[in-house]
Design a protein around this ligand. Structure first.
Ligand code: COA
Length: 150
């Protein structure tokens, strides 16, 4: 299995994986999610991330998985924290439980540490039990809990 950084020509593959994530995760767990956003806006958004030195865009095996990370701007309320956010990740259903997600997260953690991150964070839907178990297996623990009601 190979993990590589996205180049400009890989953006359509990244958009396709992100669109599938929107459909599977946001579309299933958030009634307000606009699952058409990646098709409309995704190309310019993800092309911008690929060029952004504060962002990491990874593909595994040419598109079987993706991960997007970002160094957050300094927060004056938490001056000693340097936070790297795992913004998005997905592995194609037929390739899950082979260690691809783990390889992507390991690359993200190394990238974040190289850039001085003192914490790494990720958000997941409370109902996405698989993702929560995956992140827990990689050392992430609940810190803030978002509560919502309609
Ligand atoms: C979450 C996801 C990225 C994990 O990718 P993956 O390549 O299957 O993960 P790995 O094979 O590296 O799994 C590593 C470990 O994480 C845990 N894990 C992964 N998926 C799990 C699941 N569905 N249920 C329980 N534990 C899980 C296990 O401990 C696993 O080790 P094991 O297979 O030896 O038991 C993948 O399931 C996925 O793309 N899900 C749909 C999209 C999604 O939810 N993305 C995250 C949005 S926040």
């Amino acid at each position: 299995m190979t993990v590589s950084e996205c180049r400009a020509e890989d953006v359509p593959v990244l958009v396709a994986s992100a669109a599938a994530l929107f459909a599977e995760d946001g579309g299933r767990h958030d009634p307000f999610m606009d699952t058409g956003w990646p098709a409309r806006e995704g190309h310019s958004y993800y092309a911008g991330l690929v060029e952004d030195p504060q962002c990491l865009c990874l593909l595994a095996d040419g598109g079987a998985g993706h991960l997007i990370g970002r160094l957050r701007r300094p927060d004056p309320l938490r001056p000693d924290a340097v936070t790297a956010v795992l913004e998005s990740m997905r592995v194609a259903p037929e390739r899950r439980r082979e260690g691809i997600g783990g390889a992507l997260v390991d690359r993200f953690l190394a990238w974040a540490r190289e850039r001085g991150a003192s914490e790494m964070s990720v958000q997941a839907y409370a109902q996405n039990a698989g993702a929560l178990a995956f992140y827990r297996a990689h050392g992430f623990r609940p810190f803030l809990v978002a509560l919502t009601r309609t």
